[in-house]
Write a new protein. Structure first.
Length: 187
């Protein structure tokens, strides 16, 4: 019995859908790799700047950490959104065209229905917040005593905290913690 909500795709068009799927999965894989490398870059950069600040005995160097953390974190959020959008497109656009006739593409929705999925996603948000926002906040806190004695440092610290707060909001709202829901593919 055919699912009335799904489009039947003739065999020649089904091949095009499969090609689109393969290309999107490859793009998704590359974006996931890039996203994961941003985590390493954020940690390495925070460590390098922290080490330079300690070696130079100049805590104000730490105020570079919020800038770098926000840039890398924002790129992480953007890349993660693209990964999610590709997954939604596959699940809500491509899969319905083929699943009724071939039974394929079930992984796109099934993995989000497993026990513990929501908890895992929430923990991932906490880890992302600690990775990208934690070092930035720590850098500002380390400069809090000098921030009140120097207007430029106060401005840098305030801008760093505000940018970090915006990033934290983006990281927290970027989670796809709910099991697959019928949403627009590029919502």
């Amino acid at each position: 019995m055919r699912n009335p909500g799904c489009l039947h795709v003739p065999d020649d068009r089904a091949e095009l859908v499969i090609i689109e799927y393969q290309q999107l999965k490859e793009e998704q894989r590359q974006r996931i790799t890039s996203r994961d490398h941003l985590v390493y870059a954020a940690l390495a950069t925070a460590g390098a700047v922290g080490g330079a600040a300690l070696q130079a005995g100049a805590r104000t160097i730490l105020l570079l950490v919020p800038v770098v953390s926000v840039v890398l974190g924002w790129t992480y959020v953007s890349t993660d959104r693209k990964v999610t959008q590709i997954g939604r497109h596959i699940e809500h656009v491509l899969a319905p065209r083929l699943t009724p006739t071939t039974g394929t593409f079930t992984w796109e929705a099934a993995h989000r229905c497993r026990p513990g999925y929501r908890l895992h996603k929430r923990i991932q948000v906490i880890v992302s917040l600690l990775t990208f926002c934690g070092p930035a906040v720590a850098a500002v806190v380390a400069n809090s005593d000098s921030a009140f004695s120097s207007l430029p440092i106060l401005v840098l610290a305030t801008v760093g905290l505000l940018a970090t707060a915006v990033l934290a909001h983006q990281l927290a709202s970027n989670t796809d913690a709910e099991p697959s829901q019928p949403r627009a593919p590029f919502e």
